[in-house]
Unconditional design. Structure first.
Length: 155
């Protein structure tokens, strides 16, 4: 992980190279550390905990770094789409992979919003068009216990 002094230029370089903000839920340790750092800066700004000097430094080094709810939503939606299209599986909140768990939780939130009638129509359409099967839940991974030899599970 990079030390604090190197994070700002590293995030700026990442954005310039990839034309997107680093993700906090990727499988890449490097990108995840950048994304988590950027998220902490956004939280500090939103909560009023960031001083003017730090904000000016961020504004100068990486213009546009502030949280844009629609942009952040679209970044998460693209991550979900990439996962669904490449793995051809529904992400599991019980996965050992951090990025898969975070995508599963994000999709569960979108499903809840949709069921409650609170998912905006444009977002619903985007998910329908780009995230095949996004409304499905992952298959159960546990099997039911039945009687059998001691210490064994039968399906």
């Amino acid at each position: 992980m990079l030390d604090e002094r190197r994070m700002l230029p590293a995030v700026a370089d990442f954005y310039e190279t990839n034309h997107r903000w680093p993700s906090a839920v990727t499988s890449s340790d490097y990108e995840r550390s950048l994304g988590q750092w950027l998220n902490r800066q956004r939280v500090a700004l939103a909560s009023g905990a960031m001083d003017d000097f730090r904000r000016a430094a961020l504004d100068q080094a990486i213009p546009g770094w502030e949280a844009d709810p629609d942009g952040i939503w679209l970044d998460r939606a693209r991550e979900a789409s990439t996962f669904l299209l490449t793995s051809r599986a529904v992400p599991s909140a019980a996965s050992s992979q951090y990025n898969e768990r975070m995508i599963a939780l994000w999709l569960a939130c979108q499903q809840s919003l949709h069921r409650a009638g609170r998912l905006r129509e444009g977002r619903f359409r985007w998910l329908q068009e780009h995230c095949p099967g996004w409304m499905r839940t992952p298959a159960k991974t546990l099997t039911k216990k039945t009687s059998g030899p001691a210490g064994t599970l039968n399906a």
